[in-house]
Design a protein around this ligand. Structure first.
Ligand code: NAD
Length: 369
């Protein structure tokens, strides 16, 4: 039996810490979805909807604790606000997490129940696939709500967004080259693509077509061999990536690959890749890169092609239009580098300021009917 006194004593502590987190991160709404029948435990976080409905994928992960799941969804949804704003999309930032093991706990009922929770938000949150979820799972979600993107092409969706993401990274890389060297040609440049999965492989394709000297590294030997054989890229052992003399380092594996130890070893002039949250510590490592004269293209700016692609689904999918819009990443990246240089600030800070300015400007537009 639950001791009422003990229960009452617990409640305010939990509530106050959650609201404290929400207040400091400026989240609009957080929804806890609980359904014992299907085993669904999910959290949907809506960070900001000034620009439009919040959009962000659903991550399924075996979180060590509920607090860890909450932190993750708060952090990721806030990131989506910035990514949508800097990309000129009429979208806000949101994200969802499902607590569970994506290899064992997936069922049709679980995803359909989750779809019902999404539907109850009446379009204020639009979901998509993310780490641990797939287009197949989104098909189940779509049985219960229309507020879902990232659907297969057979259902009118955009299919795999990775080629569009890779194209945006390529554009951001070229803009960074233009800023660094006065010319955006990558022909002959040494580029290290770390992580050669969905996005990395497509990036290697663009780089090879332009005549760059491409190096690749991946912990998945089969994928590595496939990319090497297809594009003739030189393979580098994972532990040697940061000792390679290169012009551009493109992190396309997991996040936080740049840390205090390896930034000191890094021998390149530009960092431009697809991975989310590349810097283990945004402030410290922005400073370290700048001090070493390395130009950093903020990840959330140049990897926005995937978001642009799913946004395109909401307005009637057309891959060419998504690619055209993704091409805009070139000019945005160049503007960020120039702003950072003229104001003496880090590129990450410049990009966030530009995103915040757009949100603030549009909030004034919306102040009257
Ligand atoms: P993916 O899983 O297809 O590819 C990642 C690759 O990295 C895999 O081949 C994996 O073996 C490799 N890898 C993992 N750890 C590694 C390590 N330590 N060293 C070298 N290789 C390693 O994922 P993806 O869809 O290509 O996404 C790549 C990154 O880009 C992720 O960080 C993802 O969050 C980000 N991203 C992807 C998209 C998209 O459209 N897919 C959009 C925005 C951001």
């Amino acid at each position: 039996m639950i001791d009422v006194k003990e229960k009452k004593a617990e409640m305010p502590a939990v509530a106050s810490s959650v609201f404290e987190s929400l207040s400091s991160s400026l989240h609009e709404q957080v929804v806890f979805c609980n359904d014992p029948e299907t085993g669904l435990k999910a959290i949907i976080a809506i960070h900001n909807t000034v620009l439009g409905p919040s959009l962000g994928g659903t991550r399924m992960w075996s979180y060590a604790s509920e607090a860890e799941a909450l932190n993750d969804v708060l952090r990721l949804s806030r990131g989506m606000t910035y990514k949508a704003a800097i990309s000129g999309l009429n979208l806000g930032g949101g994200k969802a997490v499902i607590i569970g093991d994506s290899r064992k706990d997936k069922t049709e009922a679980l995803f359909r129940k989750f779809g019902r929770f999404v539907n109850n938000l009446n379009g204020k949150y639009i979901t998509a696939e993310d780490v641990g979820t797939s287009t197949r799972d989104m098909e189940y979600v779509a049985m219960e709500t229309r507020h879902v993107t990232g659907l297969p092409e057979s259902m009118g969706g955009g299919g795999d967004p990775s080629p569009v993401t890779a194209y945006g990274v390529y554009m951001g890389m070229k803009a960074s080259a233009k800023f660094a060297w006065g010319n955006d040609a990558l022909h002959g440049k040494k580029v290290m693509v770390q992580g050669d999965g969905h996005v990395g492989e497509n990036l290697v394709k663009h780089l090879t077509e332009e005549g760059a000297q491409v190096f690749i590294s991946d912990i998945n030997a089969e994928q590595l061999n496939h990319v090497s054989a297809t594009y003739g890229a030189a393979v580098v052992a994972p532990e040697l990536v940061f000792d390679l003399e290169m012009d551009i380092y493109a992190p396309c594996a997991l996040g936080a690959t740049l840390n205090t130890e390896n930034i000191n070893r890094l021998r390149c002039q530009i960092v431009a890749g697809a991975a989310n949250n590349q810097l283990a510590d945004e402030v410290l490592h922005s400073k370290m890169l700048k001090d070493r004269g390395i130009i950093y293209a903020p990840d959330f700016v140049i990897n926005a092609g995937g978001l642009i692609n799913v946004y395109s689904e909401k307005i009637g999918y057309n891959r060419q239009r998504a690619l055209n819009q993704t091409e805009g990443i070139y000019n945005v990246t160049l503007d960020i580098h120039r702003k950072a240089q003229s104001e003496g600030i880090y590129t990450q800070v410049a990009a966030m300021a530009m995103a915040e300015k757009r949100i603030s400007d549009i909030s004034k537009v919306k102040s009257t009917y």
